[in-house]
Design a binder for this molecule. Structure first.
Ligand SMILES: [Zn+2]
Length: 411
């Protein structure tokens, strides 16, 4: 054994457990491992879990919050304009520097897999994607980064974008992005989805779109995405983020769409901390929250996950690339507060996110990659309640980060 973690807890199993690691893989899980290893960690009765997976984060624009001008109109439109101003002058180095700060925060908070969206459009051209591909290469062998070829200004309404996206796939993007609901017309949204699938088929890549990120009950790209997924044989290879409009549909239509999503094996990423600040802006009480139908879809067996989305950028002044914080927001805003619900939400940042990204060797079974956190508390409930970073972050059987939280009451 190269590493043994001793006396930790495993979710759903009684007692204390040791995990033994050999050549980067989990070699043994037992209540007492007799072997010795050069590195041994005392988990001290705290929970051990696979490292977190962040399946949707924009790191080309992250940390612009530190350098951008103030938003004078307090409007979403000005968030866009500020982003455009920076996007015109991004350099690869600038993106890698800002994004690496977010990756470091993510690692300290226990995440070792990031699906990173890069804007591809006629404003910034391919520069943001070049930056995110350079980021992926810089961190290769340390954490896993996927680059998403993402049309942030839509495709049909931004002529030239499709050609840039195709060039982005040739440059080595890992995932085809999409933003169909941002087109002007329903027929354009469908064309947008068709074009993305053309690329996905041609380059044999998975699809991850931002879908119906609006309170508008007439925004209906999710149903088309689900049907298209089935027609193309892409079941299990497609993710949709946000899907807030689903919450505004009447029950009859919502149930039809959710059944299609389930049938198509489309994974849904809900990022409620973002939806809470981005949606409902036209409402004058009661203010809608713009969050998709999390509990209903969870009960139906849809694969739900949750992601950071934004970090300190023109749209969102908060975010520390912390999946525990993200999960806490899901629990609060989606009424997921009973034991089985809290456990399910923990799955949104671990197993379900790994499933959406089709990660291989994810988990704590023998033979899985030794990518695991020794968390700061003994149970999922207390991990999410206390919001303290993992004590140890282990990646490929090596200690990648540690956190020690020192607190003291002086009386
Ligand atoms: Zn996003």
């Amino acid at each position: 054994m190269d590493l043994i973690i001793r006396r930790g807890r495993l979710n759903g199993k009684a007692g204390l457990w040791d995990i033994g690691v050999e050549r980067g893989l989990i070699a043994e899980v037992a209540q007492k491992i007799e072997a010795k290893a050069p590195t041994e960690i005392d988990a001290a009765e705290r929970l051990m879990a696979p490292t977190y997976v962040n399946g949707h984060v924009h790191l080309d624009k992250c940390n612009l919050g530190d350098v951008m001008r103030p938003n004078k109109t307090n409007s979403f439109q000005e968030c866009l304009e500020i982003t455009w101003e920076h996007k015109r002058t991004y350099t690869v180095e600038d993106i890698v520097t800002r994004a690496s700060r977010a990756i470091e925060e993510g690692i300290l908070n226990g995440t070792t897999v990031f699906r990173v969206f890069a804007d591809v459009d006629t404003i910034g051209g391919l520069r943001p994607l070049e930056g995110i591909i350079a980021l992926r290469e810089k961190w290769r062998g340390i954490v896993e980064i996927e680059a998403v070829d993402f049309p942030q200004e839509a495709i049909v309404r931004d002529p030239g974008t499709f050609e840039l996206m195709e060039e982005g796939m040739r440059m080595g993007a890992d995932v085809v992005g999409g933003l169909p609901w941002h087109e002007h017309l329903d027929e354009d949204a469908r064309r947008h989805i068709d074009l993305c699938f053309d690329l996905a088929r041609k380059y044999d890549k998975d699809v991850h779109m931002l879908v119906d990120d609006t309170d508008n009950p007439n925004s209906r790209s999710l149903e088309y995405l689900a049907v298209k997924t089935m027609r193309e044989g892409f079941q299990g290879r497609v993710s949709a983020s946000h899907c807030g409009a689903l919450a505004s549909y009447d029950e009859v239509h919502a149930n039809k769409v959710m059944a299609l999503v389930k049938q198509a094996g489309v994974s849904i990423s809900t990022n409620p901390h973002i939806s809470l600040v981005a949606q409902g802006r036209y409402d004058q009480e009661p203010i809608r929250r713009g969050i998709t139908r999390v509990k209903q879809m969870w009960r139906m067996g849809v694969n739900l996950f949750s992601s950071q989305d934004d970090v300190n950028d023109p749209y969102y002044p908060f975010g520390r690339n912390d999946q525990q914080e993200v999960a806490s927001y899901v629990c609060h805003s989606c009424h997921m507060t009973y034991p089985d619900e809290i456990a399910a939400v923990f799955g949104f940042i671990t197993d379900n996110a790994a499933k959406a990204m089709r990660l291989e060797g994810y988990g704590l079974e023998v033979g899985c990659k030794a990518d695991l956190n020794v968390l700061a508390a003994p149970t999922i409930q207390h991990v999410l309640r206390l919001q303290q970073p993992p004590a140890w972050v282990i990646k490929g059987g090596k200690v990648l980060a540690t956190n020690e939280v020192r607190r003291e009451i002086r009386v």
